[in-house]
Write a protein that binds this ligand. Structure first.
Ligand SMILES: Nc1ncnc2c1ncn2[C@@H]1O[C@H](COP(=O)(O)OP(=O)(O)O)[C@@H](O)[C@H]1O
Ligand SMILES: [Mg+2]
Length: 238
């Protein structure tokens, strides 16, 4: 059986400018895979292609062998590709509960949705305390928790996380990374994690890719990347 999620020769462009150059990347069932790289490397563009927000200019994306690169975002959510976007992008005027329900917009199973809301509150108890509060009034960390919880409401097979640590205090980041680990270990959710915090990401992930100016320049077990002198030099500040 092939990988759960597979990108082959994926190319993405903005008008005449190619942002992602024919990259190949895979996420297996049960895996946490991270993509690290500097600002502008093409990480967000890659995730946007997977979630259908940006149309790939070439190559294929497959989920359990099925080509999905031409599907719309809502169809991809139905297939289990759910994204927590960069910069969180929760709905600021909607309450926490309403934001969570938006994450379940492709679903009709009312009882299941209620169960998953309860589960989201179990993962992030602070969200339950704030459930009637407008999303825009939450702290940065709480908004990030809400963005992840909202993505979980789509029942992901592959959870796409774009810079979950961005702008957050270290304690909050650790809490969020712990929840990601728990989701992966307890529920078997596969995770594709994009991060600038390379050290934390490589500690959490099973495997990693290094992306530089639209290309994958290194890949391997996360432990090996953590020990690689080039990675240490460029991304770990050693
Ligand atoms: N909407 C856009 N229009 C034009 N260029 C863009 C757009 N979004 C990103 N880019 C360019 O594409 C490249 C990759 O950006 P991005 O995927 O956001 O990188 P990363 O997430 O790794 O920081 C950058 O050169 C960036 O300037
Ligand atoms: Mg980005």
């Amino acid at each position: 059986m092939g990988a759960l999620l597979e990108l082959q020769g994926l190319r993405a462009a903005y008008g005449p400018i190619t942002a992602v150059h024919e990259i190949t990347l895979a996420v297996d069932r049960g895996e946490i895979v991270t993509v690290i790289g500097s600002n502008g490397a093409g990480k967000t563009t890659t995730l946007s292609c997977i979630s259908g927000i940006h149309r790939a200019a070439g190559g294929t994306i497959t989920l359990a062998g099925q080509e999905i690169q031409r599907l719309a975002p809502h169809e991809l959510v139905k297939l289990g590709i759910c994204q927590s976007p960069e910069g969180r992008k929760i709905f600021p005027r909607l309450t926490v509960l309403e934001n969570l329900r938006m994450g379940a917009f492709t679903r009709r199973d009312k009882a299941g949705i209620e169960r998953d809301i309860a589960q989201a509150f179990a993962l992030f108890p602070i969200l339950e305390q704030r459930k009637h509060q407008a999303g825009g009034t939450l702290s940065g960390g709480e908004q990030q928790m809400l963005a992840i919880a909202r993505a979980l409401m789509g029942r992901p097979k592959v959870l796409l996380l774009d810079e979950p640590s961005l702008g957050l205090a270290p304690m909050i980041t650790l809490k969020i990374f712990e929840v990601i680990r728990q989701l992966n270990q307890a529920d078997g959710v596969a995770v594709l994690l994009v991060e600038q915090n390379a050290r934390l990401a490589l500690k959490l992930a099973h495997r990693g890719y290094v992306m530089e100016t639209g290309r994958i320049t290194m890949s391997g077990p996360a432990k090996e990347l953590l020990d690689d002198p080039r990675v240490r030099d460029a991304y770990l500040g050693d």
